[in-house]
Design a protein around this ligand. Sequence first.
Ligand code: COA
Ligand code: AMP
Length: 627
Amino acid sequence: MGAYTEQYRRGLDDPEGFWLDAARAIDWVRPPSRALDSSGAPLYRWFGDGVLNTAYNALDRHVEAGRGEQDALLWDSPVTGAKDRLTYRELRDRVARFAGALRSLGVGRGDRVIIYMPMVPEAVVAMLACARLGAVHSVVFGGFAPAELAARVEDATPTVIVAASCGIEPARTVEYLPIVTDALAATTHQPDHVVVLQRPAAPATLDDPRHVDWDELVASAEPADPVPVAATDPLYILYTSGTTGKPKGVVRDNGGHAVALAWSMPAIYDVGPGQVWWTASDVGWVVGHSYIVYAPLLVGATTLLYEGKPVGTPDAGAFWRVIAEYGVRALFTAPTALRAIKRVDPDGAATAEHDLSGLATLFLAGERLDPETLSWARETLGVPVIDHWWQTETGWPVAANPRGLEPMPVKPGSASVPMPGWDVRVLSPSGEELPPGREGAIALRLPLPPGALPTLWGDDDRYVESYLSRYEGHYLTGDSGYRDDEGYLFVMGRTDDVINVAGHRLSTGSIEAVLAAHPAVAECAVIGVADRLKGQLPHGLVVLKAGADVDHGRLRDELVAAVRDEIGPVAAFRDVSVVEALPKTRSGKILRRTMRGIADGRDEPVPSTIEDPGVLTALRPILRPGS
Ligand code: COA
Ligand code: AMP
């Protein structure tokens, strides 16, 4: 039996033994005596009596073990021309001091702090400072509009918001403080303070008594020691798109998260102490939380924070320059980033200008990896290209190729095999397990392993209803797919209203809500349409109210602007079609699933309950151009 099979089996047959062993990779204030607590099933807890501090594990213990002078964080910012390096000692000291600063503003264990910052070291400092205090951070991605930020403020009720004065996109500077101010004008909950990191590109005017300058605050702060917290205490909340407009507050605990991530780093990514690891994503997404910040630091690696794009900052060789300059051992990014590079430099000529000999592996996730991009990356870089599959909710990979444990053969189109603790099932609509080769709903048998969400913030009922109620005893992933006869998992796409635009997860339901609010729109549907660069793009289909006399071009502009204002530029919403009708069942339900299937190129059966099949026929060329 290979190492993978042995560990996978043990994870399912003896979860207590497997996870208590894995927990030894963490320094506990009080080690857990038990792993799983099922007393609140279907809500499960891990390491219930364990006590620890996540920031201590990410920083202090490495300094105490003599690694204080090793680089912890490398920052490379082609959009500003700045670079920085922080050793473990320096990062620990900055985190301790900012934790003291937050404490001076009244932040304590269990309090929430919203972090609204671009890819600057201070974003990492702020996250770890919260962890140090036992406070709960909630990072909000910079590409969201004020209304999205407001929804998160209302739900998380933060004591403090930490923001930067601006983020820098290649074509424009995004001023963050006006977005915070607009968001707070719309919320009933108000934070006590807004800490602002002034960036030279666009300093903000601090004109509210609640505004506090980061530098001034830190100058007078006393460093704070790590606060011991229960393993089950929340470390962070990360909001993600659900099927409705209201984002879901995915909760991550301290103990299970630390144990699972510390297991994943050597076993899946084959990265350990002192090695340089680069995740080219954003701290606003789960990939950034787990694999820019926590996992690499928990294992004493050096993590790279990159404030730039794959192309245009300044060119398609940007990633290769960074890999060579810092001796990156492994890169993790989204397939879209590679498609963007390939579009500009199809022959990969820019790789010849950089020494990429230190790169061992390229990991890709966040969206489907198309076989064309996979083979291009493999040929261009000459290293294994590893697809793996997971979600904000799961916190770490469900299916992957465990490169450190036992490298498995790569099968194009597959995210490889389930990782220990994840009992992956492919189910029919009636809940029966499907044989190899048959596509169905991907579900995970409960309990989920450490690191997965224990619940949604303040809403156990919504957690149960959204994820656990479709199939008894299972968590519903929202993805469909199949397994082959060797147990490899092939993830085919979402079965719900979530779409994936350039690796960014969006809800079509929330875009529909914006379109439906326009006075000329009678009804609408938003569908993810295949896109060669971004994987999917949202496409709005709108039916006008009877008698509405509007110029279609103007309507389109208004709807595009409304989505940008309400959700944000990250929605990349540009395509609107005014159509005569939407396909419906005889009882009036819009056939979104059927339209999605057509847009994804699947041979979706047309329900017998369809009211007028001609409506669907007329939409086919719009849903899948070129079909
Ligand atoms: N703050 C503010 N605005 C942001 C932002 C941020 N952090 N990130 C993106 N935006 C804006 C962009 O400026 C753009 O605005 P525009 O409409 O005014 O041009 C819009 O949101 C869409 O951004 P994006 O999806 O990034 O598209 P792009 O055309 O600017 O860039 C790529 C295309 C391929 C270069 C880019 O999508 C990319 O790097 N993708 C990698 C995928 C990735 O890292 N995914 C993370 C999950 S693992
Ligand atoms: P997020 O929560 O933003 O990480 O998005 C998770 C969703 O992205 C999953 O439910 C999938 O739909 C999709 N996804 C992530 N990784 C992959 C992958 N390797 N292959 C296919 N889809 C993926």
